[in-house]
Write a protein that binds this ligand. Structure first.
Ligand SMILES: [Zn+2]
Length: 257
């Protein structure tokens, strides 16, 4: 796991699994943990990383309801969970889904956890909207299309965009069950002005990148999605993301366009 300070109030943590992004963001005496790393040892050390940096985590936030982003409670069991309305609704309508998917991952990679994943009812956050942290506030923007739910978080004073599963340098746009190409493209266009102002962007997978690189990925992803909508399987994949794993995501995308 890698931990990088992007700003005195922002630490980006990248999991060894799927390069999943987790962000600690602070103002004054309060901090949030946004999304999560995946392996038990990573979750175990996360409170010490926060502590050493002087971040007191008072809540966990999630960008969307996919299981690989929901494990913050292992690191901060006392912290209440905050989620956008669409994500809170999905957590309620898919009870046990995240637990089942996490168990399938754990079975495949022989991962043992100290206890089952508990997902207490989340506090619903209005999106678009704001949530206070210390003396500052985080800006919440809708980010659907990858899944039917989702939000991106703009940390204005640090110029960091926490994008959820968009703008990844390692993963092509993935249209999951309930997602849509049109909604995905609308999200990218909504995020574009924030990307242009961003010093750093933390995507759901692939580790933090600078704003210039994120803007280039945004253009590549829009081009891919336009081609996916019009040409289906023939749509060319972004140049740097043409591995077998990405082609397999592409094949699934073709069935969901
Ligand atoms: Zn994800």
């Amino acid at each position: 796991m890698r931990a990088v300070g992007l700003h005195e109030d922002v630490i980006a943590v990248t999991s060894r699994a799927y390069a999943t992004g987790c962000v600690l963001v602070r103002s004054g005496s309060e901090a949030f943990c946004v999304d999560s790393p995946i392996f038990p040892d990573e979750l175990e050390i996360l409170p010490a990383i926060a502590d050493q940096a002087g971040f007191t985590v008072v809540g966990c936030l999630v960008t969307h309801a996919d299981w690989d982003h929901l494990l913050g409670a292992y690191a901060f069991p006392e912290a209440p969970l905050g989620a956008g309305e669409t994500t809170a609704a999905r957590l309620i309508s898919e009870p046990g889904d995240a637990q089942r998917r996490m168990r399938a991952f754990d079975d495949e990679f022989y991962v043992a956890r100290p206890k089952p994943l508990s997902l207490p009812g989340s506090q619903q956050l209005p999106v678009p909207g704001h949530i206070e942290v210390g003396e500052r506030s985080l800006e919440l923007q809708p980010a659907d299309g990858h899944t039917p739910d989702g939000m991106a978080i703009w940390v204005s004073w640090a110029r960091v965009l926490i994008a959820g599963d968009y703008l990844s340098p390692v993963e092509i746009p993935m249209i999951s069950r309930g997602g849509s190409v049109a909604a995905y493209m609308a999200t990218l266009r909504r995020l574009e002005p924030l990307v242009e102002q961003a010093e750093h962007v933390v995507p759901g997978h692939g580790g933090p990148i600078d704003g210039v690189r994120a803007a280039a990925i945004l253009r590549e992803d829009l081009a891919y999605l336009e081609a996916l909508a019009s040409d289906g399987a023939d749509a060319p994949l972004p140049l740097a993301r043409r591995t077998a794993a990405q082609r397999s995501i592409h094949e699934t995308n073709v069935t969901r366009r």
